[in-house]
Design a protein around this ligand. Structure first.
Ligand code: DX5
Ligand code: ZN
Length: 217
């Protein structure tokens, strides 16, 4: 089953409660929360205090994408704020294995994100420990960028590895996804689709339904 994870980075921040209620009602599977520290990525967004207050609005899973250096420092804070899945960037962790175990010790799902230039083999010795891998299809930091086509080969190779090893791991794809190109990432093997601007710029409910209609084809 393919799932939609709208990224609220492209929502109207003065209307966050309303925008989250709309995606919840329209059939989003989870809420993708982009945390940026102005160091790992050249942008700053929001942190655990905001996530904790948003937690009251919906029961949908909170998928927290940490674009921050050395996320080990803040894992407990994001778990306590109500994260259901925490994604850390391989490039941002000195001790990636330890950071993954730290997330799992809090009974939260653990995921690792790879930037477009990062090879899959950084996951060679941790793949079995993961619930999800996030393949970035843009360089992280901003919504509204264009999809990087090389991401498709990466998704295909990862899906093959997961299948060959007999594992059950979600593949999430994030960046530049819209209703015109989403079929190609699904065919490549992704099963959790992040979309920011393609959901929140325009009629939010009908765009969520548009993605879900494609997933049911
Ligand atoms: C980018 C973020 C994405 C972003 C996606 O750094 O990780 O989640 O919000 O936005 P779109 O779908 O507009 O590329
Ligand atoms: Zn993201």
């Amino acid at each position: 089953m393919i799932k939609l994870a709208p990224s609220i980075l492209s929502a109207d921040f003065s209307m966050l409660k309303n925008n989250i209620e709309i995606i919840d009602e329209a059939g989003a599977s989870m809420v993708h929360l982009d945390v940026m520290d102005g160091s790992f990525v050249p942008n700053i967004s929001f942190g655990p205090v905001v996530i904790k207050s948003l937690r009251k609005i919906t029961k949908k899973a909170f998928d927290v994408h940490l674009m921050i250096d050395e996320p080990t420092r803040y894992i407990d804070d994001f778990c306590n704020a109500g994260a259901d899945i925490i994604t850390v960037h391989a490039e941002a962790c000195t001790h990636l294995h330890r950071t993954i175990q730290q997330i799992k010790s809090k009974n939260v799902k653990a995921a690792v994100a790879l930037n477009p230039a990062t090879p899959l083999n950084v996951l060679d010795y941790v793949l079995e420990d993961l619930d999800m891998v996030l393949i970035m299809s843009v360089n992280p930091g901003f919504g509204g960028q264009s999809f990087i086509p090389n991401s498709l080969d990466k998704i295909k190779s990862l899906r093959k590895q997961i299948t060959d090893k007999g594992l059950t791991i979600d593949i999430q794809v994030d960046g530049g996804i819209n209703t015109s190109n989403v079929r190609t990432v699904i065919e490549a093997g992704a099963n959790i689709i992040v979309a920011g601007s393609a959901v929140f710029k325009g009629d939010i409910a009908s765009q969520v339904k548009g993605f879900n209609a494609i997933f049911e084809e």
